[in-house]
Design a protein around this ligand. Structure first.
Ligand code: CA
Length: 452
């Protein structure tokens, strides 16, 4: 991707020094890491014949945002190899559409076996709803990659209008509706429709009394075009993952209005899912891949590893950004825009292994159900899908692989969820999602576009 090749060195130095004044940064060095900075590959475990994976090879796609860190770290720190997966390739995907197309192909046809997904992409692939000719590509969700790390950035021309978590109270909701009346509706983008970043901006707007279907224009736009459009003033907002919001702020294109961590603390974000065909052929390798990802998630969450994590991800072949763009999200330091005060709260930071509600990595079925319910809410799936949701979730959710892998690698019992549900979820506006009653959640919401 060339999207990140944006700063001249001079501009970069200036931005970095300006940033150092705005937030406390430790060891803000601008030199790329030398190979000796990176820790040696983890030692290979001696695997019993029963544990030897059926294959050492898998190809996993990723998108260059913080959600992908466990995949990149599992490769770079040698965790895949440690569990016997010595021929893993992680392949940067230029877009979510490309990732979908590559999963449709499979690695034997030049595509990928699986990788990182927004939700509910694995379910939509499995049901043949986003594939060519509606071909069903059954997928299995193996783990959640992270929580938090996403937000909505708003163009600088809207400074002073109250863009923050509570748009209704700040007056921004009135301002947005007024834009529609005057023929210049508020235009917001995400990188792929009907998944997380579409849902986050819709939830935020709807909870503040702005009807996402009628009061604003929402559309899928590639990241690079969105930033260019925000610069020229033709796009008003962008819902996306770090380091993009950081880039928008540091590039003086816009400001970060809201974090997903504020909308729904410890929310489900992106997941790793692999083609079912591959998993059925390679059940031991599936668990080896999972163990490596879990090792990587534990590594990513350790405070002493954050600096190395930022430097690895920042490299040209991965995110191609200054490491500085990653230090803030990992510390929970966000310069929220407009009249808001800077956030410096580790509980708002990206988390990979554990958060304030328990396991991040474990794929709760109740979270799959929320994504399907939200898909019904906005008419992306017919209402009848709710009665099929349990079947779809049970087919796609691979929590049993996670559980077995965790037990085999000796994860503390306290870190292995007892239930397949995380229970009732609470959002910033007081709304609740009880996974036992998804219809009650739908009934409680003012804005929705249910389809028969
Ligand atoms: Ca995301």
């Amino acid at each position: 991707m060339t999207e990140f090749n944006f700063l001249t060195r001079r501009r970069f130095l200036w931005t970095a020094s300006a940033a150092a004044g705005a937030v406390t940064l430790k060891g803000c060095t601008l030199t790329p890491p030398s190979p000796s900075d990176l820790s040696p590959k983890a030692q290979t475990l001696s695997l019993s014949p029963a544990e030897l994976p059926e294959t050492t090879r898998i190809k996993l796609g990723y998108i260059a945002i913080v959600e992908s860190a466990p995949l990149i770290i599992a490769q770079e720190k040698g965790f895949f190899a440690r569990h016997g997966m010595t021929d893993v390739s992680i392949a940067k995907q230029p877009s979510w559409g490309a990732a979908r197309d590559n999963a449709e192909l499979g690695s034997e046809n030049g595509g990928i076996d699986g990788g990182q997904w927004q939700m509910p992409m694995p379910h939509l692939l499995s049901e043949g709803l986003i594939t060519k000719g509606n071909r069903k590509i059954p997928m299995v969700v193996l783990a959640q990659l992270c929580t938090h790390g996403n937000g909505v950035a708003v163009a600088n021309k809207h400074i002073g209008k109250g863009f923050e978590l509570n748009l209704a109270q700040s007056g921004a909701a009135d301002y947005i509706r007024e834009m529609k009346k005057t023929g210049t509706p508020f235009k917001a983008a995400y990188t792929f429709p009907k998944v997380n970043q579409d849902f986050w901006i819709r939830y935020w707007m709807a909870a503040n009394g702005v009807d996402p279907n009628n009061d604003i224009n929402l559309m899928a736009v590639p990241s690079s075009q969105t930033v260019a459009n925000m610069k020229t003033g033709t796009m008003d907002a962008f819902s996306t993952g770090d380091p993009w919001p950081y880039r928008i702020v540091r590039d003086k294109v816009g400001f970060l209005a809201v974090l997903t961590a504020q909308i729904w603390q410890y929310h489900p974000e992106e997941y790793v899912a692999v083609r079912k065909e591959w998993i059925e052929k390679n059940p031991k390798a599936t668990k080896a891949v999972l163990k490596a990802i879990m090792d990587a998630q534990m590594w990513c969450d350790k405070p002493e590893n954050k600096e190395e994590l930022s430097r690895i991800l920042a490299q040209r072949r991965f995110f191609n950004v200054p490491p500085d763009f990653l230090r803030g999200p990992y510390a929970g330091q966000y310069q929220l825009g407009d009249t808001q005060k800077p956030e410096n709260n580790p509980e708002l930071a990206v988390k990979y292994w554990k958060d304030g509600k328990g396991s991040v990595s474990y794929p709760y079925k109740s979270h799959d159900l929320w994504f399907l319910t939200e898909s019904v809410r906005w008419g992306y799936l017919p209402q009848g899908a709710l009665s099929e949701a349990d079947r779809i979730v049970n087919e796609v959710n691979g929590e049993k692989f996670w559980r077995e892998a965790a037990q085999e690698m000796g994860v503390a019992q306290a870190d292995i969820p007892q239930q397949q549900t995380r229970g009732v979820e609470k959002f910033f506006d007081g709304a609740e999602f009880d996974p036992a009653k998804p219809q009650a959640y739908l009934d409680s919401l003012k804005f929705k576009s249910l389809k028969a």
